[in-house]
Design a binder for this molecule. Sequence first.
Ligand code: C2E
Ligand code: CA
Ligand code: CA
Length: 732
Amino acid sequence: MLEILNWIGDQAPQLVAYELAALTTILAATIYLASILVRVVLNRVREQNRLLDAATNNMVQGLCMFDADNRLLVWNQRYVEMYSIDPKRIWRGCSLKDLLEARVATGTFPLDIDAYQADMAKKLNRGERFTITVQLPDGRVIAGVNQPMAGGGWVATHEDITERTRAERELKQAEAFLDAVIHHVPTPIVVKSVSDFRYRLINRAAEKFFGSNDRMVGKSAAEVFAPELAERIMMRDLEVLEAGHEVLFGEHLVPTTAGDNRVVSELRLPVPGADGAPQYIISVLDDVTQRKRDAARITYMAHHDSMTDLPNRIAFNECLESTLKIAAGNGESFAVLCMDVDRFKAINDTFGPVTGDELLRQMADRLADASQGAFIARTGGDEFAAVTPTGPQPDGAEALAERLRDTLVADFEIEGHRISASITIGVAIFPLDAADTTGLLANAEAALYRAKLESRGSIRFFKPDMDKQLREKRALQHDLRQALANDELELYYQPQSTMDGTIIGFEALVRWHHPRQGMVPPSTFIPLAEESGLIIPLGEWILRTACREAASWPKPLSIAVNLSPVQFQHGELVNVVHAALLETGLSPQRLELEITEGVLIGDFSRAMSILRRLKNMGVHIAMDDFGTGYSSLSYLQSFPLDKIKIDQVFIANLLNNPQSAAIVRAVIGLGRGLQLPVVAEGVETEEQRAFLARASCDGVQGYLIGRPQPIAFYAELVGRPSDKKRRLSIAS
Ligand code: C2E
Ligand code: CA
Ligand code: CA
């Protein structure tokens, strides 16, 4: 402008009013144009500011911009609202510190101002964008993104990320939960992407098969498994994809990284993605290895005897059935052998059950070794059985039976004991003796029963009459069970006297009036009762009945009761005797218990202890059937008996057999030496009695003195008024 005026001054002489006016007009126009220009520019700036305000105030984020001196240049309404800042405390040019203090005042700045400022400064100096996330006391989470600007200063945007954070946290929790579930599921699970056939996940149970997550995840089957296995896996994947649904791959072997093979059945299924196309393949493995082993073990156990490891009765029956089927189909023959260990009970009682078990094990081993193709089983406690292969009989069975018998001849050595043991064998032949398994077994058992009666250690083949005997025996055993309840049993009494004929007591002898068979002798039914265990209640009944009877006698005569060895092995003999005495009021001194050597053969120490306890009660003990056993003398020494009864076979032969006479004299002498009274049994004649008197025997029992009779017959002898009528009717 100054230059224009100077130029006008220079031109003044030539340019007078006209030119001046023109210049003034130009100047005015220029000023006018400039003012219009300024207005336009200002309007545009205002418009831009308005747009900027509108934009900043409509942001969801809070915004503020600071200059290089931390002075506030720009901020938006959202920022003010977000931190509830008092509008009076925020102005253009206020410092960061002023602003933070305004936030502290509304409880929206939970940090230390100085530390925060220092931290900001440090980070801004680096010139990089950074985020500071703060949780406000009201629970909101705000993320502040700070962006340094080129010429100093920075822009900060503040965003409320509470919802996003919560959603993220929940997602993470859900993921962690699913992760924990998948990893703790004891079933192996493997997940693979369909896009690249790489493993995406294997849970812990699957790690046991395939090794760690690291080894598997992100790899393809070809990268971790041997080529054939990888190819098989790929084929399966393709099969599943083709099927479009789950596919079960039945039991197959899967090698593990531990080096063993597991039996696995596997379910593979495709999992669709959002577009419905298969995205993953999940494999769920079912490791059935242990289950299969257990099943095999159970089957084995169900068919084997755990003690001897021989096949058991179930396996035996199966073998018998299948052999019979084959033999019947081919028109062939075979044999069944039933075997019983001789005197096993006595061996068990003498040496104890541990030795007994070991003996059975050793016997089983020897029998199995000698079987040569025959099927050997343990069918019961001390029972074995065999099925021969099909072939000519009876030769095959005879050869097998002899081999089995002979293999047991050598003594067994068990825990320092030398034990000899043998078996008795019964044989039945298909189809000669029976055409079905039940018949064959029953007949082999009948042959065994007969063999045992005749001679232990023998072999007997079935004959038709054996079957009948065995059936009769079973029927009798059955009837005997009813007999006690049906009052078919009765006690007879046989008198015992001194040499001069004075009656000193009676022996109680049991009788069975069978409803159809009439009188069954005790020599028949006592062994049956012993075999079935019925002797326990029967013996108890005999004892109580005899004691009650004797207690009712006016004369205090003695009463002798026979005891079976079985009563010593089972039951509560001492208690039973004690109860019988208490119940009937019989004085113990009047009760005499007759035992045989059989009592002492089994568990000697147990028998001794029972006998001592009985003697302590005051009861007398007599040794019955003396002279027929084997080691009587040592027994006499080990237990203080009260009486010896010489067996009746010696008395029967007394006058015609010098050996019998010598034995009788010796026994009487022995009794004298041991100060034991000796009673002779079975005295039928006066001659026998006279001989015994001369030999200084102490007492006699026999038909000569009186037969076993119902007690009414001996009413007078026991001190009751006689019942002549009854006596006559019985005698006739
Ligand atoms: P035992 O204990 O030796 O009984 C004597 C047996 O000889 C009785 O046979 C008796 O009738 C018989 N007898 C007695 N005097 C004579 C005689 O002069 N001549 C002949 N030939 N025989 C005579 P019984 O009653 O048949 O008994 C047989 C066996 O049955 C008994 O032999 C005994 O071992 C057993 N027994 C009998 N009753 C019982 C009982 O109540 N309990 C037990 N456990 N066994 C019994
Ligand atoms: Ca007797
Ligand atoms: Ca006797």
